[in-house]
Design a protein around this ligand. Sequence first.
Ligand SMILES: Nc1ncnc2c1ncn2[C@@H]1O[C@H](COP(=O)(O)OP(=O)(O)OP(=O)(O)O)[C@@H](O)[C@H]1O
Length: 432
Amino acid sequence: MPGILILDDDPDVALAARLALRKLAAVTVRHSPDQLAAALDEIRPDVLLLDMNFTPGASDGAAGLALLREVLAWCDPPTVVVMTAYAGVELAVQALKDGAVDFITKPWANERLVACVQAALARRAPAPAVGELLGDSAAMQGLRAQIAQVAPSEASVLILGENGVGKELVARALHRASRRASGPLLAVDMGSLPEALVESELFGHRLGSFTDARESRPGRFVAAAGGTLFLDEIGNLPLASQAKLLAALERREVTPLGSDKPVPVDVRVLAATNMAESELFDARRFRPDLLYRLNTVVLRVPPLRERGAGDIAQLLRHYLAHFAQGRPARDIDAGALARLAAYRWPGNVRELRQACERATLLARGPLFTFPDFGLVAPTVAAPEEPTLDLERREREAVQAALAQADGNISQAAKLLGVSRAALYRRLDKHGL
Ligand SMILES: Nc1ncnc2c1ncn2[C@@H]1O[C@H](COP(=O)(O)OP(=O)(O)OP(=O)(O)O)[C@@H](O)[C@H]1O
């Protein structure tokens, strides 16, 4: 089960967050920054929910920012979501620049807190070599050249590719090489955001504009001012909200819910989807005018299986060394390397990364063998007695759905009748 660590000196706030989040993950609470290092070591949380002030009366967030930097310097750090007061929007923006993935303003609506942490869990912080898009195949060299070419412009970029191929890394690389690099890069995952919250999330809302709007809140367009807004899983944006997004992009202004005053915005928009292009160009699902606005440049990130054995070997070496945490990593048995290179990798680089973590934890021999990676070899299994073991059935159902959806997480989640985040949790649980 994934883990969440909450660090807040206010016991009431910490308890409220723990109760709201306990269905998502194992939640641990600590109240003092002095306990943080030990807790990270012991729990290895996937997400850290971090308060920004720990001294009575202090509100500048300096303590929180220092802790944030400390946490992100850890090997394989958790994804960090910071908690600020509404008045602390500038602080939130600074935290995003420094590497937090999101912020939540206090007091929060529980639904928003859950959506925000769910998204943070699903996009578990990339490895420290973040942004380093590894791979020397012709396809990856071409992609890096395209990134270098389009990054300095203000053009909207649509990033296409299967789940786990590295679309978010591409977005980060574009931002870093752009003129907005010193501004924030703010990612919004449309796949994990409840439909009812999409517009308030993007455009903000005024106090009382709907039942749960207990405070005014700046939307993501405003929070990303001077930087880049990355709209992930854009294919999940409800049709009703697509018109508003189009208007925001065209007029370069947003109108928060409950307000009639438009606010000018200064962001570059990057979008990504794992949808097949045929689906995306289906006007019943996606407005063509919005699509043309978003796809000034289209970057296609190739699936791992098409990048060749060299890229797979390079990524394996990289992630095995990463998870060895400074200890010498074992070599991979030659037969195993050949099988890994021939494997289909339906979950792409994310699956490879998880397989490396698993192998590092579980391998016992002098060399890594194929079974150490816990991958399901594409062989036809002998018919077996039907099993009543619930865990095993769940694992098999997840594998079958992934195979049927050809590795597409959204589709597999739909087949299973669960959310994407719930599916990610199960993938994690079963080491898939
Ligand atoms: N070329 C690469 N080199 C190194 N690591 C990579 C590369 N591509 C992806 N990764 C790693 O694989 C994981 C998944 O990448 P990322 O989240 O960018 O994929 P994605 O396409 O955005 O996935 P999703 O569609 O599920 O949101 C991350 O841990 C990322 O660091």
